[in-house]
Design a protein around this ligand. Sequence first.
Ligand code: SF4
Length: 412
Amino acid sequence: APAPPPAQHLFSDPAEVEALRGKLLAWYDRCKRDLPWRALAATEPDADRRGYAVWVSEIMLQQTQVATVIDYYNRWMQKWPTLQALAQASLEEVNELWAGLGYYSRGKRLQEAARKVVSELAGQMPRTAEELQKLLPGVGRYTAGAIASISYGQATGVVDGNVIRVLCRLRCIGADSSSPAVIDRLWDMANVLVDRSRPGDFNQALMELGATVCMPKAPLCGECPVKQQCQAWRRVSLSPGATVALVFAGVGDCPLCPPATEPWDSSLGVTNFPRKAAKKPPRAMRTATCVLERRGCHGAPEYLIVQRPSSGLLAGLWEFPSLPLAQHLQEEKEREELADHLQAWMGRPVAAKGLRFIGEVIHIFSHIHQTYVVYSLHLDGDVTLDPALSPSRWVTEDEFHASAVSTAMKKV
Ligand code: SF4
């Protein structure tokens, strides 16, 4: 069996845990940001509505900044104030409201889960983290813990990116923070730490600390309410001659210490933690896209958009007709392939030379470095499109912006 981790990695002293809880909650009460979902969770008497509001906010906040989410959240809650209302929405409406927020499958899954709660669970949200995770599609361990603790007061911890950073610094955890062994240990720690009487506030406080004080690159340790409990801070604050028995690198086979090959780097201070294995570089993709334009009946230009398939990347969203390209094709070849694609689809000849090259647009999805090679083509008269290939429609520029289109297409 592996040796137990050194005490510096644990929260084994009850007095220290109590002190940390008290300081963190007092700081949260004083300094927390005013956010609409927090206000609703604190004042709404209906538990199902609290659960729904926290759920929506947590799904929107995955991979997305708070400042961006606020407006989307407010519009969403205005349009679908309850689970029941959301269950009746169409995917098209969901995608339209979600447009620009990214990671579109989140909205789709939220709506599918709302339908499930209404049709299979008699409209009542599950009340524990275990059941939320088991019964709701798209609800993982973190989201389940957040909903259960914030909405229903279950004393269960949460671990997200902010919590990982704070806990790794508090306990000098320098092993790869994305490894299952470390993640398991952080969940154990979060469950030990969570305040039994105010679990939702405690979890939000820990995340808030990570978002506003214990930030990735420039943490504000001087203002931190729990610096006395922070091993990383103690490490950088020690006078050079101090003889405190803290060991920081590669102790035996400690699964939580930094590897002996990458010891503590004093120039990094507390940002030595957390450590992550190097990310895989994003996959490069190239896509030809054509802005087809015609004069609409009132003389204003109209553009053709087509709907993407209902699964996969950007499922169900609308885009200009597009065609994935092989890498390293000659420009002439790219143009020919796009012309062939449009021709098959419109059932009439499209000359490659008629396609006007506009430029290239780069958009980074989480795991894809996408380059759109943009062409345009003006059409005279009407075009009949093969409806078997994909749904399509002509839109004005305003209609385009109000449609369920991705940020990448808006750039195009
Ligand atoms: Fe983070 Fe610094 Fe606070 Fe430690 S003292 S938790 S490193 S902000």
